[in-house]
Write a new protein. Structure first.
Length: 299
């Protein structure tokens, strides 16, 4: 048993991830909204949550999970960050709440398919198994309501091709960690002044030419690989850049992340696909509330 599995097991048998041994009788720290008020979709894809890190935006994800529901849900990798957990154990109550909500969904009848990524690759050894209604798979083929076939995978499979030098991945990792810390400070400041959530790396990525080049290379390589497998499109995560575009006749979808982009990919009941930007949804909700308040005061 490696260190990460051991941490996970220790946690399950008593530590901070205590309640899951008695999941049916446990309750989340942050109470759930009524399930009847949720927007329904045929399918939801989320990835790159990075539970176990300070970067994880668990509060926004909890808000998302409490406002939407679906027949099927894909967890497209890097759900738990084993790399970071191995260095330092970090597991606040909100992270427990995310896991609780995901398991609860499976229990209520959503078909949950978990495709581990590189940060939670320790779970890949359980490929083919089902845990409490969560099916662990290496990849999947999703058929949309209108019959298109989409390959679903995390995306780190292409690192060897997209990253010419392995060490670049680690430099990128350190730089990314720094940027995430900066992002937290910027947004703590913005929250204090009642400003909406702002994504630093979304702006940085759009400015840095190399990052743009890397992202478009990744997108093209993934789409090409999907095309050669004879599917209509591909859904992945990994690079924390939500996207939806046509690449030489192949639909390329990236569901983004819950570190700072806070996005999800959804399929409507007619097969139509949409990227949800949850920070925008929360801002729109707050605005609608304040408009309602002003109208009430004026009446
Ligand atoms: Mn990844």
């Amino acid at each position: 048993m490696d260190a990460v599995t051991k941490i996970a097991m220790d946690g399950l048998s008593g530590g901070t991830i205590a309640d899951f041994a008695d999941f049916a009788n446990s309750h989340p720290a942050i109470p759930e909204r009524a399930t009847s008020e949720r927007r329904r979709y045929r399918t939801i894809w989320i990835s790159d949550i990075h539970l176990g890190t300070r970067g994880c935006n668990a509060d926004m994800l909890i808000d998302f999970l409490d406002h939407v529901d679906s027949e099927r849900m894909y967890l497209v990798g890097d759900i738990i960050d084993g790399w970071r957990l191995k260095k330092r154990f970090y597991w606040p109550a909100a992270h427990n709440d995310v896991v609780w909500r995901l398991l609860k969904r499976a229990k209520r009848g959503t078909e949950v398919i978990y495709i581990p990524g590189n940060h939670d690759e320790v779970m890949r050894q359980f490929t083919g198994l089902d845990f409490g209604g969560v099916a662990i798979r290496r990849k999947a083929i999703h058929e949309t309501a209108d019959g298109r076939r989409l390959l679903v995978l995390h995306g780190d499979e292409f690192d060897a091709i997209t990253l010419a030098h392995r060490w670049l991945a680690h430099v990128g990792d350190v730089a990314y960690e720094f940027m995430m810390a900066l992002n937290r400070w910027v947004n703590a400041y913005r929250r204090f002044f009642n400003l909406p959530y702002w994504s630093l790396s979304k702006h940085a990525k759009a400015k840095v030419k190399n990052a743009v080049q890397f992202i478009s290379n990744f997108e093209e390589i993934v789409a090409q690989a999907a095309g050669s497998r004879g599917v209509d499109g591909v859904v992945c995560g990994h690079i924390h850049t939500a996207e939806f575009r046509d690449i030489n006749g192949i639909e390329y979808y990236n569901d983004g992340d819950w570190v700072e982009g806070c996005t999800a990919l959804v399929e409507h009941f007619d097969g139509r696909m949409e990227l949800l930007h949850w920070a925008d949804e929360i801002a729109a909700r707050a605005k609608a509330r304040s408009v309602a308040k002003i109208e009430m005061m004026a009446a």
